[in-house]
Design a protein around this ligand. Structure first.
Ligand code: ASP
Length: 329
């Protein structure tokens, strides 16, 4: 009989300990194995270690394996799957996985802010809550979820909001989706239908889509030095509602005229981009007229992943526009 939950481990601070010599946290396989073995889940869990790496070392092939193993587990009868991950890019992996996750069972990502050796380590509680969420009846059909500090977040909305606090994640614009309880999760609002679904799994190498940040007098001159193969598409972390300096517009126009998709997000944490507030040079109206796509509520990092995944799927400009329109604000 298959276990209720398949636990896939990829690493992160949850699987790290601080060395006594220098006090720095590093991946520790033994501590990870101990944590997994000692956790009181309340249901049967089978573990599959994928890797023990920090967020910065996670590659699309790790996520591809996680996706395939999670699918395999739920198809064999597991109620859900859990993936441990570093917190730095956890929201990005959750977002990318959610594009492809096509099962009713939840796929839940979690991690920890404090290493396993630290006083008040948050890994054990997050792991237990992630497993509870993976078997929670109310979590079914909600796609990829992030569980942290007793809260459940949707992959589309979650982001790391503190680089230090154990309550590291928040969700914009709707707040956390649910609270974790012993036998189910308590939904705090009704989520919108899931969006931007893609077949298969992420390819091992995603198309190159740099993110450039707009700012005071920033003319995006770096674009003159990027070879075309490094520029399958471009994401701008714009100022305000998604604006750039007028001095950047000729470069963006050139890219767009040559068929390179340009998506404009905002560097601001809340509010998203607009399509209709301003019409000065470098504004959203100017950018839209030039052929750019506004990212709406998607922050730059997720806009990049969506554009990469759509390009990898051979999407037309119309499809790219449509998929981003689902996040319009
Ligand atoms: N730097 C760590 C990582 O992302 C942070 C963490 O896991 O909390 O792997």
């Amino acid at each position: 009989m298959s276990a209720a939950v398949r636990l896939l481990t990829l690493g992160g601070t949850i699987f790290m300990t601080e060395e006594t010599a220098d006090g720095h946290a590093r991946p520790d396989d033994l501590a990870g194995a101990r944590l997994v073995a000692s956790a009181r889940y309340g249901v049967s869990v089978s573990t599959h270690p994928l890797a023990n790496v920090s967020s910065s070392d996670v590659r699309p092939h790790h996520l591809r394996s996680a996706l395939e193993l999670a699918r395999e587990a739920v198809d064999a009868g597991a109620q859900g799957a859990v993936l441990t991950h570093g917190t730095d890019t956890l929201e990005e992996s959750a977002f990318l996985l959610d594009r492809y996750w096509d099962r009713e069972a939840p796929l839940v990502l979690t991690g920890a802010m404090r290493p396993a050796s630290a006083p008040g380590a948050d890994g054990p509680a997050n792991l237990r809550d992630a497993v509870r969420t993976a078997v929670a009846p109310s979590a079914r059909g909600l796609g990829v979820l992030v569980v942290f500090d007793a809260q459940v977040h949707l992959a589309d909305q979650v982001s790391k909001a503190s680089s230090r606090s154990v309550s590291a994640f928040s969700s914009f614009p709707a707040g956390p989706l649910a609270l974790v309880h012993e036998h189910d999760v308590q939904l705090l609002h009704r989520p919108l239908p899931r969006r931007a679904r893609l077949p298969g799994a992420p390819m091992d190498r995603l198309p190159s889509v740099p993110v450039l940040t707009a700012g005071l007098d920033e003319d995006l001159g770096l674009l003159d030095h990027l070879p075309p193969h490094e520029l399958a598409g471009l994401v701008i972390a714009g100022v305000g509602m998604g604006h750039v300096s007028p001095a950047a517009m000729p470069r963006l126009r050139r890219l767009l005229a040559g068929g390179t998709p340009v998506v404009v997000a905002t560097r601001i944490g809340a509010g998203g981009t607009s399509t209709h507030h301003y019409a000065y040079p470098g504004s959203e109206v100017d950018l839209l007229e030039a052929g750019a796509v506004m990212a709406g509520l998607l922050p730059p990092a997720k806009a990049r992943l969506l554009l990469q995944a759509l390009l990898a799927d051979g999407s037309t400009p119309e499809r790219i526009r449509e998929e981003f329109a689902a996040y319009a604000s």
